[in-house]
Design a protein around this ligand. Sequence first.
Ligand code: C5P
Length: 231
Amino acid sequence: MMKNLPIIALDFDSASAVHDFLDQFDEPLFVKIGMELFYQTGPQLIDEIKAKGHNIFLDLKLHDIPNTVGKAMEGLSKLNVDLVNVHAAGGIMMMKQAVQGLRKYNQDIKIIAVTQLTSTSEAMLHDEQKINTTMDEAVLNYASLAHTAGLDGVVCSPLETTMLTEQFGPTFLKVTPGIRLNSATTDDQQRITTPQQAKELGSTHIVVGRPITQSDSPVEQYNIIKESWLQ
Ligand code: C5P
């Protein structure tokens, strides 16, 4: 069962850095393991984090031919994680096989699709991907493919969630990075909201990294973000 907590992006490069970070908290968390960490540590870290009672979003963003993604998901379905993802750009068939593979050993893991990365600008959409629509239309189209394929939701910007809730209902997951407590510290995120704004706009989960992990007082920052999100 996925907790309704802010998801902390564990963007560290070693298992020991992760444990040092997690040991500061004395409550169950929801954490995200991305490519850089997973490729350094492998599945063992997942069991170690699970043993501490935390929920895990394994953010590997699979994108390949349908058969390969389906088989890869069979592997991930043996891992003790709560949420996984693919790129919606892989298409409906790829996403359907991803769901099928994931359900082989586990019925409970949720699966969502990345729509357009928040690092992609509208200019890149037009000039590089040759998608001649607005960003909102491109995101809506990818979300629609994910919905048709039977996925549980999408990763998107908090500023795109309202239209997705209108189209696919409140239970379709909208997992949103790009969260900051104030606009002074954006890092490389382009389109940010506060946790409270994200909730009001319809995010079902927020992902927060550097504002917590790079802070001098991570537990304090986490609690401020959690309060803003849960209120
Ligand atoms: O440090 P920050 O809060 O910006 O971290 C956001 C996390 O969400 C990072 O792990 C980043 O890779 C991830 N992410 C994102 N935008 C996306 C997909 C994932 O920022 N579209």
